[in-house]
Design a protein. Structure first.
Length: 114
């Protein structure tokens, strides 16, 4: 759900970016990320997998709003010859993301099981 929501929203926002002010996507994106994270954090072991859907969709939409805007800002801030380096500035490496997710899950498991 998260990758699909992020891809659809990022593609749409990227296409509409000349008509949408960056302040709207940069404002709404983090709010949706926070709302999705809160929705997921409020679940416990008794909830089924379908309870995760709302949080995953909110995080995906928030990511989709932020991704084209941060990439565009990074690319606009550097000369064309340095655009390759600027393209990856806004996104953490996948390995770092996986490590962070693992730490969060482990911390949550520790809290739930004492």
């Amino acid at each position: 759900m998260l990758p699909a929501a992020a891809m659809v929203v990022a593609t749409t926002v990227g296409a509409l970016s000349p008509r949408i002010a960056a302040r709207w996507t940069m404002g709404a994106g983090p709010l949706l990320l926070a709302a999705g994270s809160f929705a997921q954090a409020s679940l416990d072991a008794g909830f089924g997998w379908t309870s995760l859907v709302l949080g995953l969709v909110l995080v995906g939409v928030g990511t989709g709003l932020l991704s084209p805007t941060t990439s565009g800002a990074a690319l606009a801030a550097v000369p064309a010859g340095r655009s390759g380096m600027a393209g990856g500035v806004g996104e953490p490496p996948p390995a770092a993301r996986v490590r962070a997710d693992g730490r969060r899950l482990r911390h949550r498991a520790d809290l739930m099981h004492g």
